[in-house]
Design a protein around this ligand. Sequence first.
Ligand code: SF4
Length: 382
Amino acid sequence: MPENAIPSPGPLGIYLHVPFCEAICNYCNFNRELFRDHLKRRYLAALAREIESAGHGGRADSVFFGGGTPSVLDPADVRTLIARCASSFALDPAAEITLEANPETASRPRLEGYRAAGVTRLSLGVQSFRDAELRRLGRVHTAARAIEAFEAARAAGFDDVSVDLMTWLPEQTPEDWGETLDVLLQLDPGHVSFYLLELYPNAPLREDMARGGWTQAPDDVAAEMYEAALDRLEAAGYRQYEISNAARPGRRCRHNLKYWSDGAWVGFGCGAHSTRDGRRWRNVSETVSYVERVAGGASPVAHERVLSTGERATDALFLGLRLTDGVDVAAVERRYGIRVWERWGGELARCVEAGLLDDDRECLRLTRKGRLLASEVMQVFV
Ligand code: SF4
């Protein structure tokens, strides 16, 4: 721990990156590649070795298998990795252990295997319950397959299932989005993540759109679709707790909350990030480089730095604004020894006047309008 470091509060989250996918979607900007069995075996050995090298890594109460598509792993591999985490960290016996799964790989026996291996929570990458939209995104599953996977998850004993959806898709109308929401609410998962499609500069989807003559709805219609999701989820008893996440009571994602509430986490695998005790580091992104470094006994860390107290404070404020509960100003001030309103009062007051922030000096909280324009408010702390 660097000198003068303020210890991280609460138990750690452990993130394990699985970079393999069955097919590459045309909008995807994550760190992923096509599945290759021989590379998967070498990768898993490296991942286990990296976790082991963290030895006596402290208390942890969440594990998150993210990707890529972690459901390309066999249940036995998942069991081994969880066991490695439990031997290198003091892993809470009631830890939340999430695995991201894509419908095409989520068969009932495989899901039963994950449950038996200790996975407690499944996050299903559905994106849409309309086949035409899935095809435009280059997804390999159909809506029927996604519903089957959800039902298989329930039958396999997963009470805690999250569904990921995307809106503002090419050619999608508010009515189409309404159909996806109808199916979602019938399935009744405990947790829902919903994102607006972001087209990064060289996304192959841009070319597909040009070729197909597909367009995205105007910005104000995208905002309407986002609002419609919130209205329908809230009417059905969900509560939004973060800009892109809503849950039934007791179903918020413990792991992801660490990212937004000034928590600490350690990441393993290619491209994984970690933030702990005032340090931030990132592993090399490329899968083979990662495997070779770890197999050769070298560190996979590509970049590391010690954060200043000021950076830690602005991160806590910037990320905490994503939460609908907002940021407890006094807690940040105590932790980092800064005076939030003295330092940013002018800009924050302007956000209050514009109706983007609640008028509450003790808690910085975006209004519903503010959540749609969150980046404008967050600029205050950049
Ligand atoms: S399945 Fe997910 S990680 Fe894999 S290519 Fe598609 S969007 Fe990217």
